[in-house]
Design a protein around this ligand. Structure first.
Ligand code: ADP
Length: 257
């Protein structure tokens, strides 16, 4: 194994420090930074994050969304921005302008092909995101929605360490008892990092049969409310399973619009 010279190490540390200073300066123009978290993947975290961004923007606020989910950067797809590139200019990199005027930044905009898998080791991902955020010129924003990687491991941790002044976290779950256990871990994780938990959103709560109107609780019942009670956080609401949501997501058209 070759060892890096002390000179190289100190240069690298200086670069990290400079990036962190630039990152903080750029993010200081964002009033509220809200993380969207989940205990595990596939619960609709990115859909909820993109919907929050579009909804808040529709209320007349300036909104950005940061897709920090490296493995499944799905925000560009959900917002119909696949294949787009970020433009660069003298102040830095500009977010891609999405539907409802939402400014979008994703690692996906930096990758060559849709199929390129992101096989990076943890530290490399954190440094790529640090570098990206040190260059992105968001401008003045009221809200930045941060779609965090799922789980409670190194990846969400490293993002939370880059954006240290998160205003709070919204936790997304599905109603199953299995996800109740992992989502409780996500709430504890946020608390350990001193991130205020804004509340729990239960996605895929039920399905209403379009023919007979019967409500089916496919994934179980009430896990979101139970988590909220047990962890003493607010329950923010239920979102049904709706094939129109899946269809809009697949076509890159925000359901709320
Ligand atoms: P995550 O970010 O948690 O991995 P996604 O937001 O990518 O999850 O959603 C996973 C899949 O579920 C996507 O295909 C999405 O279109 C679909 N989906 C999410 N929420 C709903 C819903 N309420 N009704 C129907 N389909 C949904």
């Amino acid at each position: 194994m070759t060892m890096a010279s002390p000179r190289k190490i100190s240069d690298a540390m200086k670069r990290v420090q400079e990036q962190m200073i630039a990152l903080r300066a750029r993010l200081s123009k964002v009033k509220h930074k809200v993380a969207v978290m989940s205990g595990k993947g596939g619960v609709g975290k990115s859909f909820v994050a993109a919907s929050l961004a579009v909804a808040i923007s529709g209320m007349g606020r300036k909104v950005g969304i940061l897709d920090a989910d490296f493995h499944g950067p799905s925000v560009p797809k959900l917002l119909g921005l696949q294949g787009m590139r970020m433009l660069s200019g003298p102040p830095g990199l500009f977010p891609v302008m999405g539907p409802a005027g939402v400014k979008v930044v994703s690692i996906d905009f930096m990758l060559p092909e849709e199929e390129t898998p992101v096989i990076w080791r943890g530290p490399l991902k954190a440094s790529a995101l640090r570098e990206l955020l040190s260059m992105v010129e968001w401008g003045n924003l009221d809200y930045l929605i941060v779609d965090l990687p799922p789980g409670t491991g190194d990846e969400p941790l490293s993002v939370a360490q880059l954006i240290t002044d998160l205003s709070g976290a919204v936790i997304v779950t599905i109603p199953s008892d299995l996800s109740r256990v992992v989502v409780k871990k996500a709430v504890s994780f946020a608390r350990q990092l001193n991130i205020r938990v804004i509340g729990v959103i239960e996605n895929m709560s039920y399905f209403v049969c379009p023919k007979c109107g019967t409500k089916y609780r496919i994934f179980g019942e009430g896990a979101g409310r139970r988590i909220a009670e047990e962890m003493d956080v607010d329950f923010l609401g239920e979102i049904p399973i709706d094939p129109r949501i899946t269809d809009c997501n697949d076509k890159g058209r925000p359901f709320l619009l």
